[in-house]
Design a protein around this ligand. Structure first.
Ligand code: 13P
Length: 308
């Protein structure tokens, strides 16, 4: 590709996207400068839906590996690029396909409901898949008499159990970024900003201790919608801090406080504009999922996509 000169790297990204016929999808946790050049910004469900619906043949995923793999499984004809192959997910790494197979042996009539934050190989061992947006709806689609094994996030699973009163079996995985949010800090922020509403992601490690204080427990896009529509002017936000860029940009008259400034996902933050330029120039790094794994992982994902 002939090298052109651009006055900013953002312009270069836009030009390369057009030249390649690619779209850039970015998760709400990406750095602000990446969010600002994305064609679609959202949570795990919206990004998967957008990738599948898009007519673009090249999907560049500014997110983490399981998101890119999900797209490749659902739309194998597309070229799916990830700017940095090391952008993984510590939560997804907390359960392996071998462990799922072992767990299933102890519950031969159980069904496995896996959070989207899992590897393709783990999805291939699963019956249903969900995100934090649709977990309750997907669970409702599983017959009441079925034993459900939920992997890998213990806190989202606990939240589902509380909401639905179903006796789920929970894996003990957790998101290290959400684990850094300290319940004492939430109490301190609420005391300091008594008018602020408190919104919380169900992956938060302090979920059981702080949920009673929350005005809303929801996915990242759920939080985006909540703070936008609420008449309140101040919010305490318990999730990865990347989301604050979007909240502040879309609501300039409102004030947002991070429940934990230290809640930063090092995987999400591996992506940079420079790596995005490289991805579009070199068409790297292409995500592939072995066919037998993709074939088995497609069913739980398709069930989820049908529920929406
Ligand atoms: P959502 O954006 O779907 O709420 O999930 C957050 C997350 O865990 C991303 O890895």
């Amino acid at each position: 590709m002939a090298k052109q000169l651009f006055s900013t790297i953002e312009e270069e990204v836009q030009a390369l996207k057009t030249e390649r016929g690619a779209i850039l999808l970015a998760h709400n946790y990406q750095a602000g400068e990446i969010q600002d050049v994305a064609d679609c910004l959202g949570d795990s469900l919206l990004l998967a839906q957008s990738a599948v619906k898009s007519e673009a043949k090249i999907i560049l995923f500014a997110g983490v590996r399981f998101m890119a793999e999900t797209t490749k499984i659902l739309a194998p004809e597309k070229m799916v690029l990830l700017p940095d192959l090391e952008a993984g997910c510590s939560l997804a790494d907390m359960v392996t396909p071998e462990q799922v197979r072992e767990w299933k042996k102890g519950h031969p009539h159980g069904v496995v409901l896996s959070y989207i934050n899992t590897s393709a190989a783990v999805k291939a061992e699963s019956d249903y898949c969900c995100t934090s947006t649709n977990a309750e709806r997907v669970l409702a689609a599983i017959p009441e008499d079925k034993e459900v094994l939920f992997i890998p996030d213990f806190f989202l699973g606990s939240y589902l159990k509380m909401r639905t009163k179903r006796p789920l079996h929970l894996w003990k995985g957790y998101c290290p970024a959400h684990a850094m949010i300290d319940p004492a800090q939430i109490v301190a922020l609420k005391t300091e900003h008594p008018k602020a509403e408190f919104v919380m992601h169900p992956e938060c490690g302090c979920l059981t201790k702080s949920m009673h204080l929350a005005d809303r427990v929801t996915s990242t896009d759920g939080m985006i919608r909540y703070v936008h529509h609420s008449p309140s002017k101040e919010f305490i936000v318990a999730t990865e801090t990347g989301i604050l860029h979007r909240m502040r940009k879309e609501n300039p008259d409102k004030t947002f406080y991070a429940a934990g400034e230290q809640a930063v996902c090092s995987h999400m933050k591996r992506n940079t504009l420079e790596k995005i330029v490289h991805a579009l120039e070199a068409l790297e790094y292409q995500i592939e999922v072995p066919q037998d794994i993709a074939r088995h992982a497609r069913l739980p994902l398709q069930r989820m996509m049908a529920i929406g």
